[in-house]
Design a protein around this ligand. Structure first.
Ligand SMILES: [Zn+2]
Length: 63
């Protein structure tokens, strides 16, 4: 089994974890209904993905 030759120093761990950042999601405007949607995702408001490809959207929620 491969074993690390050196102990990872506190400085090295801290430097590595300093690179960890939160990214904001890629929000774009829907070309169909112009509402904000996630990029590369089907629009939640109108159900469109491409110009002519679409999926059905639930109109009513269960009460
Ligand atoms: Zn839309």
């Amino acid at each position: 089994m491969a074993v690390p030759k050196r102990k990872t120093s506190k400085q090295r761990s801290a430097t590595r974890y300093a690179q960890w950042k939160l990214k904001s999601p890629a929000v774009v405007e829907c070309p169909q209904c112009h509402k904000p949607k996630l990029s590369h995702r089907v629009c939640g408001a109108c159900g469109y993905y491409d110009k002519n490809r679409s999926v059905e959207v639930k109109q009513e929620e269960k009460k």
